[in-house]
Design a protein around this ligand. Structure first.
Ligand code: SF4
Length: 222
């Protein structure tokens, strides 16, 4: 007799939670992330990290912060000066404009205090659900699922979802997992994606999730 939908769902949930636990042990140490210890810096660094590695953002961030320590200073900055400060990261021209708009918006609409809800965060220039989720989970301990490029790729390979857009992937994972696991997804899948389940050639031969992963073809030990 075919398994009931509920049973299938429970088994899938168990498998996903088991995988998150395994990866959680493996990547206990926090890697280089845009969690900079306070909402303002984390928000700015995460906005800058779109289409760029966190490591690149972290390289330019100390100097940027020295020049523009507050939203006021950022809002008053000349775009050409901002561009010089972040020139080494991808899309620096667009991001310079966004940063200035973001700072202005933060001051005029939120009095300089980073908002604590998804609904408010996504109204800021340059802030989508991914950035908002990162800010919520890093800074405000609010469960959120940030679907970045690593999460997008890995959850599909692992069969946790069949959806193909960040919005739908986020919805599927929200339905599948209790809230306590939401923030963990990004925390463990990002280092896992950098280390083992890489975009081009996943290193399946050394993957701790090998036997729970339906992705084919698996990459053999070279
Ligand atoms: S077995 Fe390969 S594709 Fe599957 S999760 Fe591991 S590294 Fe990724």
């Amino acid at each position: 007799m075919a398994k009931s939908m509920t049973k299938q769902r429970d088994e899938k949930q168990e498998r996903v939670i088991r995988s998150l636990r395994i990866l959680g042990k493996l990547y206990r140490e926090k890697g280089k992330t845009t969690d900079l210890g306070n909402p303002k810096d984390t928000l700015i660094a995460t906005v800058l990290s779109a289409q760029t590695t966190d490591a690149q953002v972290l390289r330019i961030f100390p100097d940027l912060k020295k020049r523009y320590p507050t939203f006021e200073k950022l809002a008053q900055a000349r775009i050409s000066d901002l561009e010089k400060s972040i020139k080494s990261i991808g899309f620096y021209k667009t991001k310079s404009r966004r940063l200035k708009e973001l700072a202005r918006d933060m001051l005029t609409r939120f009095n300089g205090r980073v908002p604590k809800t998804m609904e408010e965060l996504v109204t800021l220039p340059g802030v989508g659900r991914k950035t908002a989720s990162i800010v919520l989970s890093f800074c405000f301990n609010t469960p959120a699922i940030a679907v970045d490029t690593h999460v997008h790729r890995i959850v599909r390979r692992l069969g946790w979802t069949k959806s193909d857009t960040p919005k739908h992937i986020e919805q599927d994972l929200r339905k599948l997992l209790p809230k306590q696991y939401w923030s963990k997804i990004n925390n463990v899948l990002v280092p896992f994606g950098r280390d083992i389940c890489k975009s081009r050639k996943p290193q399946c031969w050394r993957c701790p999730l090998l036997h729970d992963c339906p992705y084919e073809p698996k990459t053999p030990n070279p």
